[in-house]
Write a protein that binds this ligand. Structure first.
Ligand SMILES: Nc1ncnc2c1ncn2[C@@H]1O[C@H](COP(=O)(O)OP(=O)(O)OP(=O)(O)O)[C@@H](O)[C@H]1O
Length: 907
């Protein structure tokens, strides 16, 4: 078909030839010879010009010019033109098409470049045996995937045809321009291209958004793909909505994925060996009219930065100029032209197979996609393939927490998202997620880069697997502290926060000396120093704030401090809870929860995400919304969470333990009593120390009362039950036996209970029977009076079990003697450590010539706080008895009583 310009040419050539023939008829006319000659030359050169400009093939194809080609006079011109053409194109025509075919074969393997339709629907299915990946990084969109995509064939006649392909996916955008009569063919070209794209990758690696300004029904054959979200048709009236999504994605990819120095998603994927986001192909179809200016500008921005973020635009009849690589396909009246092959090559687009075939292929793709989605990926697949425990945490911690259609979903703890809040109802998989997260982080970083402090307020023992056990002697060397069964010991949560606050301050001080402010800078300034990032994980942290009491207040203040300033010191909090909505300490203080930038919501979690973000309500089982943007909607990433099965977790632990397991973590188990032997093992000798239990702190230090020669240095134990009371008395005895100077005397009056264990730890001891108690106390009182005038201070310890049992036998004189011993004994080296079954009874004893001050230290066991208040000079003491716990107060060291653990049995 000739263009108007072509037709004019032809008419002019024919006119010229008519004149030429007439002139030839008058050939004998000598007068006209000169003119005829000129006309002939003009005709020849016009013909030559025409051939050169519009091409020999086009001229030959024009039936109107058949006469001219037949004219003997023009044969020379045709031959010359043929010669020129074959000289110019000969070399190319011989090898060019084959070279092009090779090029396309190399860069458009498989569905990207295959002729015909055999590739349709040949997508990789997740095989039952191949539970992991496809095993082919090209199919996973990681490496060696197609960079050219076939659209049809071209031909430079005479010569063989060759494939025509365009670069896509991070290479360049595509513009397809058609005319009303060729629009359908242009749409088919795009549809076939999309089918090639879908068929070249494992389903899920690529998604398509379609917006057609005038309709919803573009690409009806691809409709099945919308079932699993592979294709999304957007509201024709809401281009802005789509542009918002694209801009958010560009922002997300650039601020996160590319923050590690990669310049494009492709670099990142190649470096890390995983896709963090699927490709997003966006088809925008218009009707050749420009978009409103604002939308145009937004689209231009997306076009500019989209390619590096994995966004590929296909602009169908939408005139926009973009400052980014863009290839074009034009459907002109003269045929199809492609920017890859230039103006002179007519492109024949590949035909779109029939609707039935397309729909069938899409059904196959969707089924494969569903297969991939329901495939359960084990935790092992989220561990690094190589480079175990070699990660550098200077700038932050990062790991894969789950996957979204085969793309890894990351979790990051760094300056931008320092702390995490995890929520989900019971059984939704919080603990599983935490265990998976601990394991995959541990596989990426060594203990000198990352330390865990693990606290579980539940009655379960989920973190216990990281501690050395009876059978399994390995442990996770990253764990510094493992707290299990902490459900009633909120004090331990407080102790952890206190420790973190102290550590934060220590780091800040060192940083200040180095004249830096952040951990990352400190690590640079002090490369030899030991500055791991600390991750404190607290499961069911709401227990910490369960009561509105002094402890909750202190915890809230510490939490605010750590939450606000921990980020720069590399201290991260990961808090999980069944229901975060009622935690006043949290939501009541914006300064706290605003710092928990990373939110992870398990199915049906409430309040974890931002108010209008309801995504967690419809999440399927074993999925989570991972949101690094404080829970606002656009930060949502859906992740399927792997099952953190024991064997994989254990395997990581064994590997880490082999390499780094020198020091075992400190284990706090709220369900077991601290061993007495360990409690007293490191006590310094010299000054007598009565150990009444174990402090709930990070070190598990002994709760000890110093008994120097000073007034008030007696110890009372209050408890109606004998079990814990005897244990505390056993602790006191063991501590004193270990620390008292040689020559110290022990008197044991077992008025109630079995003293065997205590006798055993004391070794040399004088036992005082109930019947002799009064007499022995009166003797002691005399000793005290004598010593007051003399200088003998050799220590004497009177240990009384069930002291109140002596009350009926003491009578006045004995009672006064006991008062004397309590009041004046300590300053002369005579100390009483006694267990009373009632605080009121002791209070009565300490009246008249004695006072409550004479018992400077006490521990309350199964006794209500109100009864203890007089001994702490407080109007009230909040204490509800808990088995195995005591409320300990030593006037010499405490401003308020503190909870301690009752030691294990003295035997
Ligand atoms: N992603 C997952 N894949 C498979 N099984 C899972 C997954 N997450 C959790 N489970 C299983 O579901 C059960 C409950 O999980 P988990 O204990 O982690 O829930 P939870 O939210 O911590 O519950 P609770 O608060 O009651 O302790 C466990 O048996 C666990 O193995």
């Amino acid at each position: 078909m000739l263009t108007v310009a072509g037709r004019k040419h032809r008419e002019r050539v024919e006119e010229a030839f008519a004149e030429f023939h007439a002139a030839a008829g008058r050939a004998l006319g000598a007068a006209d010879r000169l003119r005829e000659d000129a006309v002939r030359r003009q005709a020849l050169s016009m013909f030559a010009l025409w051939l050169r400009r519009d091409g020999l093939e086009a001229a030959r194809a024009d039936r109107g010019l058949a006469g001219s080609f037949a004219a003997p006079a023009l044969r020379g011109v045709v031959r010359a033109s043929e010669n020129d053409r074959s000289t110019a194109l000969g070399t190319w025509a011989r090898s060019g098409p084959a070279r092009l075919a090779d090029l396309v074969a190399a860069h458009a393997p498989g569905a990207a470049g295959a002729e015909g339709t055999a590739w349709l629907g040949q997508v990789p299915f997740p095989g039952a045996a191949a539970q992991s990946e496809t095993g082919d990084p090209a199919l996973d969109g990681i490496k060696d995937f197609p960079t050219l995509w076939r659209i049809g064939s071209g031909r430079l006649a005479p010569g063989p045809s060759f494939p025509v392909a365009v670069p896509l996916l991070e290479e360049s955008h595509l513009r397809v321009d058609s005319r009303p009569r060729t629009r359908a063919r242009a749409e088919e070209l795009v549809e076939l291209l999309l089918l090639r794209l879908f068929s070249a990758f494992r389903p899920g690696v690529l998604r398509v958004d379609v917006w057609d300004g005038s309709q919803y029904t573009l690409f009806p054959g691809l409709h099945p793909l919308s079932r699993t979200g592979l294709v999304t048709a957007h509201d024709p009236n809401d281009l802005d909505g789509l542009l918002d999504q694209l801009a958010e994605r560009v922002h997300r990819v650039h601020s996160r994925v590319l923050s590690e120095g990669d310049t494009s998603l492709r670099d990142y994927t190649e470096r890390t060996g995983k896709r963090s986001e699927p490709w997003q192909v966006v088809v925008l179809a218009g009707n050749r009219a420009p978009l409103p200016e604002e939308q145009q500008r937004r689209l231009q921005r997306i076009a500019r930065s989209g390619l590096t973020a994995g966004i590929q635009l296909v602009l169908l009849d939408l005139p926009v100029t973009v400052a980014a690589p863009v290839e074009s396909v034009r459907f002109t009246a003269d045929g199809v032209r492609c920017s890859m092959t230039g103006e002179h090559i007519a492109v024949t687009p590949d035909p779109l197979p029939g609707r039935g075939e397309v729909t069938g292929a899409c059904d196959t793709i969707v089924r494969a996609h569903e297969g991939w989605r329901s495939r359960v990926r084990g935790l092992a697949e989220f561990l690094p393939r190589d480079g175990w425990m070699t990660g550098n945490s200077a700038a932050g911690l990062q790991t894969d927490i789950g996957d979204d259609d085969g793309s890894a979903v990351e979790l990051r703890l760094d300056d931008a998202s320092p702390h995490a809040l995890i929520g989900g109802p019971s059984g939704s998989g919080k603990t599983n997620l935490l265990i998976g997260m601990i394991t995959s982080l541990a596989a990426r970083y060594s203990p000198s880069e990352l330390q865990f402090y693990l606290l579980d307020f539940k009655e379960g023992v989920s973190f216990a697997q990281f501690a050395p056990g009876q059978q399994d002697k390995t442990w996770l060397p990253h764990a510094q502290l493992i707290g299990i069964n902490v459900n009633t010991d909120r004090e331990f949560g407080l102790a952890l926060l206190q420790f973190l606050a102290d550590e934060m301050r220590r780091r800040a001080d060192v940083a200040k000396q180095q004249e830096v402010t952040k951990l990352e800078e400190l690590r640079r300034a002090d490369p030899e120093g030991h500055w791991p990032r600390i991750v404190a994980i607290v499961d069911e942290f709401q227990f910490l704030f369960a009561e509105n009491d002094a402890l909750a207040k202190r915890a809230t203040n510490l939490l605010e401090d750590v939450a606000r300033r921990g980020r720069s010191q590399g201290i991260h909090l990961v808090f999980a809870s069944q229901d975060v909505s009622g935690i006043e300490a949290f939501w009541g203080r914006p300064a706290i929860f605003e710092q928990f930038v990373l939110r992870i919501a398990l199915p049906r979690a409430r309040r974890v995400l931002a108010t209008l973000n309801e995504a967690a309500q419809t999440l399927p089982k074993w999925h989570a919304i991972v949101n690094h943007e404080s829970g606002v909607k656009h930060g949502n990433e859906i992740a399927r969470i792997p099952d953190a099965s024991k064997d994989v977790v254990h395997e990581v632990q064994v590997r880490a333990h082999e390499q780094f397991g020198a020091e075992s973590p400190r284990v706090f188990d709220g369900a077991s009593s601290p061993a007495l032997g360990a409690l007293v093992a490191d006590l310094p000798a010299g000054e007598p120390l009565a150990v009444v239990g174990q402090v709930i702190d990070m070190e598990g230090s002994p709760a000890a009362v110093r008994l120097p020669d000073a007034p008030g240095r007696n110890v009372a134990v209050f408890g109606s039950g004998s079990r814990d009371a005897l244990r505390v008395m056993g602790g006191a005895a063991a501590g004193l036996a270990r620390t008292a100077p040689s020559g110290a005397r022990f008197l044991l009056a077992p008025l109630v209970g079995d003293p065997a264990g205590i006798e055993q730890v004391l070794g040399e001891v004088e036992t005082v029977a109930l019947a002799d108690f009064r007499a022995r106390v009166e003797e002691l009182a005399a000793t005290v009076r004598e010593r007051a005038a003399g200088s003998d201070r050799s220590p004497v310890f009177l240990l009384v079990l069930g002291a109140d049992a002596a009350d009926p036998l003491l009578e006045r004189a004995g009672t006064e003697a006991f008062r004397t011993v309590l009041r004046f004994g300590p300053e002369v080296g005579v100390h009483v450590v006694g267990w009373w079954r009632s605080a009121t009874r002791l209070k009565q004893l300490l009246s008249m010539s004695a006072s409550v001050d004479d018992v400077g230290a006490w521990i309350g066991l199964d006794v209500q706080g109100a009864e203890l208040a007089p001994f702490a000079s407080l109007t009230s003491t909040t204490w509800s008895p808990r088995p195995g716990r005591g409320l300990f107060f030593d006037r010499a060291q405490h401003s308020r009583p503190e909870v301690v653990l009752v030691p294990g049995d003295a035997r």
